[in-house]
Design a protein around this ligand. Sequence first.
Ligand SMILES: Nc1nc2c(ncn2[C@@H]2O[C@H](COP(=O)(O)OP(=O)(O)OP(=O)(O)O)[C@@H](O)[C@H]2O)c(=O)[nH]1
Ligand SMILES: [Mg+2]
Length: 447
Amino acid sequence: MPNNGDLIAAVSTAPGPGALAVVRLSGAGTLNTLARVFRSKKSLEENPRTLIRGRVVDPRDGGTADHALAVWFPGPSSFTGEDSAEIQGHGGSLIPGLVLRLLLDEGARLARPGEFTERAFLNGKLSLDQAEAVAEIVAAESAAEAKIAARTLDGALKEKVSAIFLAMKGAYARLTAVLDFEEEWTPKDADDLLNALKEARESLKSLIDLRKRGRFYRDGLKVVLAGAPNAGKSELFNALLGKKRALVSPVPGTTRDYLTAAVSWGNVRVELVDTAGLREEGGDELEKMGQALALEQMGEADLVLRLRDLTNPERIPTPEAEKGIPGLEVWNKTDLVSTDRGPLPPGLKISAKTGDGLEELKEAALKLLGIQGARIPDIVPNLRQEKAIEESHRLLEEAVASLSSGEPPEICGVLLRRSLDRLGEVTGRVFTEDLLTEVFKRFCLGK
Ligand SMILES: Nc1nc2c(ncn2[C@@H]2O[C@H](COP(=O)(O)OP(=O)(O)OP(=O)(O)O)[C@@H](O)[C@H]2O)c(=O)[nH]1
Ligand SMILES: [Mg+2]
């Protein structure tokens, strides 16, 4: 028997023009409610998991609201684990809402955002990271993000985390068994436990590293173009964009407001930012305001491209904000200098005007950030998962330290228990109401 919640309904497709729309229904009374608004020759009940052609009708007067297909999924072998159904009718701005209205009039309640997926999680159909992947696959804006979300949905992260969780749990069980029966705590017990915990610690560390290496594939990259006025930042911005978006002129101080544009480098989504030129002195009030914005942008960057002009190698001030953020020095305007007049400075050289060296520039930038080639990683925890894994790792480290320093094993037990609880939050083995609210509030309606 399915574990049915109250009856919920929502339009699951995006609003607006579209040939088809899907209205979803899940919970107690799905079949009865569906039968009242959907008339068909073939019985829905006798043909589960089969698309049936019919009419959506207003049960008050029998009037046709739409021609549609409907499918009945008896729980527990459904997405939500409950009795549920879908009506595939016509799209557009009116009909899907009308069909939903009929279901609400028949006693269904409008689903909260993410409520279908939340029920799938609560009924054990999906782990919490898989549930998040459902939202992530919908929100993906690059092939890399979509692939990572799809792999997470496959269970790649869940399997990895579960294996570590079970190993830690096994160690915890042995420890508590010894403590509970007040048996002798031998040096060999301590040794075995220590080894098991160290192994788990290394596994958690490698998960954290996966996030560090892969997070740009997931979250994209913010690259800020910075440099002295006239270095050619706006010219480079336009060249990388393939469009004349920013004003370019020989007047120093042309750019004031910063400009942003989305491009894609390899498989990574990049937000490019063109900023006002930086200089120690001079410039009017507006230019100074622009420079303040530039510094702010540099402070938020994943990478700052510091553009230098080969014909005027003026240095730009190193803003405090940029400290700790990777920077790449790039010499511009190679088309204006000849090597006859002596060697060029070492490092990356480009011409924003002719496009020379731009491919090398992108490659060097990605390499600097550890994004090698086009291989998209399979597993990249999201920010929430990373936090839980890091906390779990920290607590496990404390457990190892406590045990190594000869403290009573009870202390290690407490720390290990807390570490397990944090790790359990990644897949939802351990969860609180607040955690679910945080995860599912990001979903869209009908998911
Ligand atoms: N020949 C040549 N000229 C360039 C190149 N890059 C930029 N310029 C020229 O240099 C001048 C300044 O370029 P911008 O892109 O406006 O410079 P900027 O760094 O954005 O300057 P501000 O917005 O004032 O900070 C313009 O006349 C550009 O055409 C290049 O690679 N080669
Ligand atoms: Mg500019």
